[in-house]
Ligand binder design. Structure first.
Ligand code: PMM
Length: 273
């Protein structure tokens, strides 16, 4: 049996005042760019730039606020030759981000939030991430009901894939994501993390964004700082690598890279240059 390759690492760059783990840190363009350069140096091959927090309970920001946050940063990152993914649910923001130099569109709503998104994706012929999603952040906790989370996530992803293909997005451009933390209780997240590929339709690359999410906090003492979740996040990343995940979306790139070095050393019987 052929072994799954080492997963890619995508570094998270939230240019927001209110994202749950890094809100407010990277609102200054230069700080954001410096942080992204550091993540690339540490082993990230894509920087995922977002300008709208999706943490449970928050309301949406205006499109102009989102674009003012992300576009200058994307321009600078692209100028440094960095591969940028735009994390947005808005077709117009996705298009403007591509114009500013982004190469990938990451839509946490899987094309559900904006009827224009699949058109932008199909025309751009770029890689696209379609995540499992049931509704916006201000209502997603009330949507976290499943009889069988693995079956329902898979079936709902298949519906999104069918719509994407119908809209003219090429199958090989589609990356799927189970959407940990989005309309999921901790129990649902654990079921997905441990049984990932029962939930993922076959024939697509899988990206997972587990980093620093609330369900991982259950493993740590009460009152811990959110950054303290990096260690369990990177352990989980290595477990997901065992399951054949294609990319890990993380906040702490150097910790994830070290965990994958260990994962690889075990797989190859030692460290090889
Ligand atoms: N999670 C967040 C934002 N964007 N994109 C994808 N594809 N998958 C995710 O799980 C995901 C995402 C929210 O987490 P953050 O506030 O740490 O960015």
């Amino acid at each position: 049996m052929s072994q799954a390759p080492r997963p890619q690492i995508w570094g998270v760059l939230n240019v927001t005042p209110d994202s749950f783990s890094d809100g407010g840190k990277f609102l200054q363009s230069q700080t954001a760019v410096d942080h992204a350069l550091g993540m690339v140096e540490a082993g990230a091959c894509v920087i995922d730039v977002g300008g709208e927090s999706t943490k449970p309970g928050v309301s949406r920001v205006d499109w102009s606020v989102e674009q003012d946050r992300v576009l200058p940063v994307i321009e600078q990152l692209a100028g440094h030759g960095i591969v940028v993914s735009i994390d947005t649910m808005r077709a117009d923001t996705a298009q403007r981000a591509l114009d500013a130099g982004a190469q990938i569109i990451n839509d946490v709503s899987g094309g559900l939030a904006d009827a224009g998104m699949f058109g932008v994706m199909a025309a751009a012929q770029c890689d696209v991430v379609l995540m499992h999603w049931r509704g916006h952040s201000d209502q997603m906790d009330s949507l976290a009901h499943y009889d069988s989370v693995l079956d329902e996530v898979r079936n709902e992803l298949v519906v999104r894939v069918d719509a994407a293909l119908e809209a003219g997005i090429a199958q090989e451009r589609i990356v799927l994501d189970p959407g940990l933390g989005f309309a999921k209780t901790p129990a649902h997240n654990w079921a997905l993390a441990t049984g990932l590929f029962q939930a993922m339709p076959e024939g697509f690359r899988t990206l997972v964004g587990a980093s620093r999410k609330r369900f991982l906090g259950e493993l740590l003492p009460e009152g811990h700082a959110v950054e303290e979740r990096d260690s369990v996040s990177s352990h989980l990343g290595a477990r997901l690598a065992d399951q054949g995940v294609w990319a890990l979306r993380v906040h702490n790139v150097s910790e994830q890279a070290a965990a994958l070095n260990l994962w690889q050393a075990f797989r190859e019987g030692g460290l090889h240059e």
